[in-house]
Design a protein around this ligand. Sequence first.
Ligand code: ZN
Length: 309
Amino acid sequence: MSVRELVVLGTASQVPTRRRNHNGYFLRWDGDGLLFDPGEGTQRQMIHYGVTATSISDLLITHFHGDHCLGFASLVQRISLDEVPHAVRVHYPASGQRFIDRMRKASIFRDVAKLDTMPFEGEGTLLETSDWSLSARRLDHGVECFGYRLQEPDRWNVDAVAAKTRGITGPAIRTLKETGTATAPDGSLVRLDEVAERREGQSFAFVMDTRRCANAVELARGVDLLVIESTYLHSHADEAHKNGHLTAREAAEIAREAGVRRLVLTHISQRYRETEPFLEEAAAIHPDCVVAEDGDVVPFPPRREAAPA
Ligand SMILES: [Zn+2]
């Protein structure tokens, strides 16, 4: 069964608090599991919230501030201990290679971890699988930092009965999908949209840490689910900008501008005890937002209805 949901493992910025662990976000996407920005303590949060090392297909790091990556050292050892049978892909800015190298060998362990490290130098598509493509764009955080986007391609679902009625079967269906038209045995031309329904691909973006910038909007353009930092309330906007961060209001404005369907705010500064003001600030701008708490499971919004032909 296909399951697509976000498991929130940690939501603190900079330092953990009694209520919030360092960052950690696990995106369950059918058979894949993408773990973003594992901060300190991620291994234990995974146990709390039902994420196994074996379920991780990809590890992704936006930048090398400790709250976004210190969990990598222990995760590698856990992947090894559990003898995860597949190679876990690791995506990170190449400028942080020395940090990856150190954390990869942070202490003594029987190292049988299989990692497929995929450092990247700049923006663009990082990986295409049969199910999704992963891309990165540079953010504005003072240190090199990239946001990520996961995009499922649009697909055509051919109605086999409708196609057969028009005389299109077997290899002709493939031709129809690949070229948009196929010729029926009676010589008539059949268009794909006459016998198939277009299913729009779902998408996800992860924007963290950054000031407001055009790339944050581009990453989030039209996504179903956006995880975005909102370290501060807007009353502390000056401090947010000085430190390379967003406010809840700005995060919601980015989501609105980008046409995001569901918005998850996180990376909350330890100075705030209550999150209601974050929700109030963002909900005034975007109708579907969640202020993440550790352990939250956030589903994707229902798939969009196919556009009428
Ligand atoms: Zn940072």
